[in-house]
Design a protein around this ligand. Structure first.
Ligand code: NAD
Length: 479
């Protein structure tokens, strides 16, 4: 037993007033879906949270028609200043209901409350505030004078940052004057449905945002719908590929934010204390369910043993358990399916000869859990060095020279993010310049800001979200 035991400090669920059933949010109101309803469960204990409507192709059609009407009659006619007022109002309501949203997100997704409370929800509000500010300044965004919205945006998002991904999609689309049909992931629809209530509270004109729940088939119906002008997808590279094929040859605009296998490069002159924290944050934040996670640690050979020993010490102090407990560092894996994938890739890692170490934590009896794990002796050819595990698993590789570090970092079909740790600014700049990744963090990792564009190279997708670039993806005549 550790000499520093914590008493349980669970956040109260009393702030939530969930409905037993949720319909589809179309044209400003909730209505039943015509597909088979499904349950959303808590991954921490597998308990039932609510029954969720599933949108059929006909429901998607109704949602797109509502979005088209709202685009033609109200939203595209409204001044940017007025659109901005709605976005500011939404941002403030998100802040007002922040605790409720954080609790809902942690229950439905499994992420620790300290992350949903201190990272996800504040960033959601920040995204709406940021794009609210752009709504009346589109002429000055460097995208030509008087840029025009595209029309109806069809958006499909994943389960790892449910509400934050929704904000990344909806805020720039609305600021630019588009209307939206969005589908949250089937394992995490809850916060999007509470967000629908916020839209009602904000008095957003009906049809400007429509939220349709359901599985992949509902997403495919949005993507293929004839009257959708823009498709924005965040999710796996496999599904992204299917979507690219479905959209090819049409007039639709497309942005894809897909998977990653980021290198986090630590040079021997790096500030080691900060680097250890950065490595931990890079891969164990949000249980490693992060597209830009630093899942490949590239550490200079001379400091390999020290870094690995210190990482193991640090991981032994992380607390795994109840996502609603304010002391929890590692929450639940989002679904049984994802847990199976993490287990399978970890098994293959051992089979291929890498050395596995897992933190010694008590795994709860129910729910989906995976202890923070490090693989050493990893070769670049191993599956755990190539495939996205999307879980709390770090693969450690070594290098001797900056050239070798760059070559190994770029030796991946992905290219979403990377990290560089060094005491020398000139080395950081020189290395960052040669990394084929959309985002490169220097002496930090997993930092997000609405003003900063985010997106990938190669199989990590194309297009950028965030900043002025994020607006360009929703305006005509600019890309
Ligand atoms: P996924 O691709 O399985 O699902 C994502 C969404 O697509 C879900 O809403 C799903 O219902 C829907 N979908 C599934 N099949 C579809 C189809 N044929 N047509 C249209 N929609 C379909 O991905 P996931 O497992 O939910 O999410 C994890 C993946 O997302 C990881 O690979 C991760 O790297 C990636 N991701 C990327 C970013 C980024 O910004 N680049 C951010 C978060 C997550």
């Amino acid at each position: 037993m550790s000499f520093l035991e914590y008493a349980p400090a669970p956040e109260s669920r009393a702030i939530l007033s969930l409905k037993p059933e949720y319909g589809l949010f179309i044209d400003g109101d909730f209505r039943p879906g015509t597909g088979d309803p499904f349950a959303t469960i808590s991954p921490a204990d597998e308990s039932h949270i609510a029954t969720i409507a599933s949108a059929s192709e006909a429901d998607v059609d109704t949602a797109v028609a509502a979005a088209r009407r709202a685009f033609d009659r109200t939203w595209s006619k409204m001044s940017g200043r007025d659109r901005g007022k709605y976005l500011f109002r939404i941002a403030r309501l998100v802040q007002e209901r922040a605790r409720e949203l954080a609790v809902a997100e942690s229950i439905d997704n499994g992420k620790p409350i300290k992350e949903s409370r201190d990272v996800d929800v504040p960033l959601v509000a920040a995204w709406f505030f940021y794009y609210a500010g752009w709504a009346d300044k589109l002429d000055y965004a460097g995208l030509g004078s008087d840029p025009k919205p595209l029309g109806v945006a069809g958006q499909v998002i994943p389960w790892n940052f449910p509400l934050l991904m929704l904000a990344w999609k909806i805020a720039p689309a609305l600021a630019a004057g588009n209307t939206v049909v969005i589908k949250p992931a089937e394992t995490t629809p809850l916060s999007a449905l509470i967000f629908a209530e916020i839209l009602q509270q904000a008095d957003l004109p009906p049809g400007v945002v429509n939220i349709v729940t359901g599985a992949g088939a509902t997403g495919a119906a949005i993507v293929r719908h004839q009257d959708v002008n823009k498709v924005a997808f965040t999710g796996s590279t496999a599904v992204g590929r299917e979507i690219a094929k479905a959209v090819a040859g049409t007039e639709k605009r497309l942005t894809l934010e897909l998977g990653g296998k980021a290198a986090n490069i630590v040079f021997e002159d790096a500030p080691i204390d900060q680097a250890i924290e950065g490595i931990v944050n890079g891969i164990f934040f949000n249980q490693g369910h992060v597209c830009c996670a630093g899942s490949r640690l590239l550490v200079q050979e001379s400091i390999h043993d020290e870094v690995v020993d210190r990482l193991k010490d640090r991981l032994s102090t992380l607390r795994l358990g109840d996502p609603l407990d304010k002391n929890t560092d590692i929450g639940a894996i989002n679904s049984r399916e994802q847990l199976d994938r993490i287990r399978e890739l970890s098994r293959i890692g051992e089979e291929e000869g890498a050395e596995r170490w897992s933190a010694d934590c008590v795994i709860p009896d129910n729910g989906f859990w995976f202890a923070p794990t490090i693989f050493t002796n990893v070769q670049a050819s191993h599956r755990i060095a190539r495939d996205e595990i999307f879980g709390p698993v770090l693969s450690v590789l070594t290098f001797r020279t900056p050239g070798e570090a760059i070559e190994k970092a770029n030796n991946t079909p992905y290219g979403l993010s990377a990290g560089v740790w060094s005491d020398k600014g000139s080395r950081i700049l020189a290395v960052a310049d040669r990394l084929r990744a959309g985002v490169v963090w220097a002496n930090t990792f997993n930092r997000f800001d609405p003003a900063s564009p985010f997106g990938g190279y190669k199989e990590s997708g194309y297009g950028r979200e965030g900043g002025r670039h994020g607006l360009a993806a929703y305006l005509k005549g600019s890309r």
